[in-house]
Design a protein around this ligand. Sequence first.
Ligand SMILES: Cc1cc2nc3c(=O)[nH]c(=O)nc-3n(C[C@H](O)[C@H](O)[C@H](O)COP(=O)(O)OP(=O)(O)OC[C@H]3O[C@@H](n4cnc5c(N)ncnc54)[C@H](O)[C@@H]3O)c2cc1C
Length: 436
Amino acid sequence: MTLSAPDTSTSVHSGEGLDAPVTADVLVAGAGAAGLSAALALAKAGFSVVCVGYTDRRANGRTVALFETSLRFYKSLGLWERFRGKTAPLQRISMIDATGARFKAPSVAFAAAEIGFSAFGENIENNVLVDGLVAAVNETPGIRLVEALLSDIRFEHDAVIAVTDAGQRIEAKLVAAADGRGSLSRAKAGIGARSWTYPQTALTALLSHARPHRNISTEFHTRSGPCTLVPLRPLPDAPHRSSLVWLMSAEDADRRRALDPEALAREVEIQVDHLLGAMAIDGPSGFFPMAGMSVDRLYAHRVALIGEAAHVFPPLAAQGLNLSLRDSAALVEALEDAREQGKDIGERQTLKAYANARKGDISLRTNGVDILNRSLLSDFIPVDVARGAGMFAFLMIGPLRRALMREGILTHGSLPRLMQPRPRRRSLTSGAGAQH
Ligand SMILES: Cc1cc2nc3c(=O)[nH]c(=O)nc-3n(C[C@H](O)[C@H](O)[C@H](O)COP(=O)(O)OP(=O)(O)OC[C@H]3O[C@@H](n4cnc5c(N)ncnc54)[C@H](O)[C@@H]3O)c2cc1C
């Protein structure tokens, strides 16, 4: 089956032009940060792309800390310029034990300079990131964004046939499934998933405060999970700003949801021990019940899972989207390699190479975050002692601390080409959509 490049007039709203099927090399299911980023990386590698999903650009107090590999990814794709001036660097990360445990863990500070980086990464409002990605998608030849939901997906021998809820038919060689934790693509491909919940809700908010954050992200480890302040860029009328991710019980979240912004700001100030002085809440807050999910496999015939369709865990240590971008970079690489060897991009061997490149990183992050989170929730004394001993080791043993910092922002395995310090430009050989 030969697939043509999508019409590059980009955004389509559900209901338009339903007669002709849209065809592309890759159907990206989902238009969250992971799906949009994958669509851009695939199109810039010369694959024609149809991206289907609703973009969520509501402000909900949520930000995303993008680490070094993610910054390299966006820089390699020529996207980072869009976000310049909209981010704040994270130069230090400070962890403070506020569990009230009998064996209190020592406070530990990690400095990016200690491992030769000027910053661990950059923090940006989620909606600002998604806005920039949507603008880039609309300007990038070779991508068509369809604002709709997929209602059906069929995996045929040599193609994927999908239909949106508006009746638009889409044909592609492969689905890059970024349709989130309840992924339809995953279910239709028969890939099993195991989900679990945590007794926590994350409250997110943007804060302005009296004292500067000095580019330090501070995590207070409480018995209900971390309460983290992450630096944000200044605004003309608010020179000192941070974002808040505060994990708490569902009951506390319900109570705080009912507070007015002034009362909520007072509770944050107390929780963070008045570290940044008087605070005010800027804009709406968000409340996210905490869950985890892992999948049996990362691929099946003509489908590769990326982002939260492939892994879900609580927002500790800011790993989620960073991991998702590594999925995208690895998928692009596997498809480029297949194309170079004249192989079908949707065939098993191609997708197996993708899965092999990703499974170690994904399992390490999912398990690491789970253990860290549960160690805070437990008031079992041996667990407190082990956590305290771990923090003490990170405080005292420089090589261990530096290894943890490197692992947090890079990965121990080899990085995909798009994330290497100086990405090699690859020649484009695919016909469809190769317009860059
Ligand atoms: C409070 C909080 C703080 C976080 N902080 C960080 C951080 O600092 N650093 C970090 O790296 N990560 C962070 N994360 C994680 C990160 O935000 C997520 O990993 C990321 O947003 C998930 O993106 P996604 O695109 O995979 O999923 P989603 O954002 O859930 O997107 C899924 C998309 O699929 C679409 N969809 C669903 N069903 C269909 C269908 N049938 N057809 C078509 N489309 C469909 C949806 O409409 C949506 O567009 C945080 C998460 C939370 C909750």
